[in-house]
Structures are given as C-alpha cells and as structure tokens.
Design a protein around this ligand. Structure first.
Ligand code: FES
Length: 327
C-alpha cells in the first residue's frame, strides 16, 4: 500500500483474507513475484506497517516448512490504538504490505520433546505454527508430543479449532471456554504443580500469562516460555499520558496515552533495539535514571527494575509523571 522506506522491510502481496472467528481475521501473504519467503522457525513473528502508520507484530501461524507464503491472524482490538483495526478494515486482497523479515523471541526449542502449549484468544497463532511443525515431524517418525490447551471466551471467538483438531496425531488438543467469567477459567495448577521434563509455551492475554507465570515459578525457568502479543492492548484504555526525559540531551518528550515510549523514541529518531514490542524478548532494555515506573514486562528481575525499563511496554505510574532514561 505504501512505498518501502525501511531497508529492513519488503513488500508482500495479500493473497487471501478471511474472517476466522469473531473479531479475528486471517491473512496469507506472498512475494509479489512468486519468490520464496525468508525461512523462519516456529514461534517467529513479522512486523507489519499498518495503514494507520503504526508497526505491529504478528506471529506467523503456518508451518515453517512452508516458504511460498506466510500466514498471520489479527484480532480487532476494540481498546487498541488503531493499527490492527486498520489492517482489518483497509487491507484487501491484492494490496501490498511493508513487512519485516521474521524475528523470533519465542522459538520452539526442541520439537522432538514433550511440550505443553497454553493459548489464550489470539495467542493461539505462534503455538499453532509450533504444533503444525510437531505434527509434520510426527508424521515422518518424530518423537515430540504436545498437550495443547486453548482458552477463549466462547467457540465463536476461538480461531483455528478445526486446524488444531487435525494435528492430534502429535498430541492432545483441548478447548476451554469461560463465557467471559474470569472465575470460570481453566485451573492449570493440577497440570503445573509437579514440574516435568516438558517445555511450556504460553501466549495469550495478560491475566492468563500472569497466572501461568505464578503457577510455574518452581519450574526451571529455561523451560517456561512466554509471548505476549496483544496482551497489552487491553491496558490501553487505562493508559495515561506522561513524559520522558533523555538524560544525555536533557530533552523532554511527551508520551500520549496511545503511544509507547519506544514509539516516541522511534519518532524522535532514536534507534532503540527492539523485537517483540510486548515485553518478553529483552531487546529494548534501557537504563532508568529517575521516575516511578509501572513495569509491564516479563523479563526484568526485581533488582533490575530499580535501574532499567523495557520501553516497549512500561510506562509512568501516574498521569503527567516524568521518567528519566539513560539515552
Ligand atoms: S522489544 Fe522485546 S521486550 Fe521490548
């Protein structure tokens, strides 16, 4: 739709678009000249420049063995900042999108092992790619087995149920619908109480991620993996505007309730390393000089939080506060 201006991005053609659940839309992207796309490992995401002008990360949900196309699914976030909505409302089959090469902060480390997948809502997408890979390997003699737990409000809001059920050669798939009642959520404690040799991969809303993090604290941490795209969208309704001060130049920049610190820094010409933009990969770790921070990431330890901030998700604790960062 727009000219490619970032050398890390290239144009892909929207070959197919359809609705796959309430508020969830599926997109298949191909190279405009039919070339193969860059390879990736299950769990990877791409960054898309949306028609609204924001960059959004979307997990790839196809099997990584497929290189002639890539597939993403996008949820219409009613409390979001407009990026995903513009994808759903404005992008049509035949349009070109500016898309980054795949990046991966959530890699399926050992598809030949035992794996527990825990998905909530649109968080199913990277786990679907992983399960597809395991299913394909299983069909050719692979040893990996999974248990896949997919939580959603109801069946209408759950995407890819048929696709998941088709993968049961490599494991068990179960669906749990809470009807929107947080007290009716699946109790994962019986599953997680006794650590096993399995790896856990969890992607979904903040509440689910927090619950799994709490319940798996006694597991070896290199066997518990989180991806949180979309987890923060629900928080935007309660976001407040604040400001950041850059300690090296003493520049003060406003951060509106619709922006992240990372987006404000990017707009101001600062190239802060970033990848997941959801507080899980650790790339955007920045020194914190002063200010009270609402830490929303999944990577900093309590002691690191005293003098660091993940600028993709964390914010000032109170409206109109100032955070000073080491830039
Ligand atoms: S970009 Fe991944 S934690 Fe901020």
């Amino acid at each position: 739709m727009t000219q490619v201006t970032d050398p890390d991005f290239s144009s892909l053609l929207v070959q197919h678009k359809c609705q796959v659940a309430k508020d969830i839309w599926f997109f298949r992207l191909v190279h405009p000249q039919g070339q193969n796309l860059p390879s990736f490992k299950a769990g990877a995401h791409i960054t898309v420049e949306t028609p609204a002008g924001q960059r959004r990360n979307y997990s790839l949900c196809n099997d990584p063995a497929e290189t002639s196309f890539c597939e993403i699914a996008i949820k219409h976030e009613h409390n979001g900042r407009g990026g995903s909505r513009s994808m759903i409302d404005q992008v049509q089959v035949g349009h070109l999108l500016n898309v980054s090469a795949p990046k991966n902060d959530f890699e399926l480390l050992d598809p030949a092992h035992e794996v527990i997948f825990i998905a909530g809502g649109i968080g199913v997408t990277p786990l679907l790619s992983m399960a597809r890979q395991m299913s394909r390997l299983q069909a050719t003699g692979g040893q990996g087995r999974f248990r896949f737990y997919y939580c959603a409000r109801d069946a209408e809001g759950a995407a890819f149920m048929d696709e998941l059920q088709a993968l049961q050669n490599a494991g068990e798939v179960s669906f749990h619908f809470d009807g929107g009642n947080p007290d009716a959520g699946l109790d994962f404690w019986p599953l997680l109480e006794k650590p096993s040799q399995a790896h856990i991969y969890c992607c979904g809303p903040q509440g689910l991620m927090d619950a799994i993090k709490d319940m798996s604290g006694h597991w070896p941490q290199d066997r518990v993996h989180f991806e949180s795209f979309g987890a923060n969208a629900a928080q935007h309704a309660s976001n407040s505007a604040f400001q950041i001060k850059l300690s090296q130049s003493q520049t003060v920049l406003p951060v509106t309730d619709k922006e992240s610190i990372l987006e404000v820094l990017r707009k101001a010409g600062h190239r802060v390393p970033s990848s997941c933009e959801s507080g899980t990969c650790g790339s955007c770790k920045t020194g914190l000089v002063a200010g009270q921070v609402d830490h929303r990431d999944f990577v900093l330890t309590d002691s690191e939080k005293l003098n660091h901030i993940m600028v993709c998700v964390s914010r000032a604790c109170h409206a109109n506060d100032e955070i000073e960062i080491d830039l």
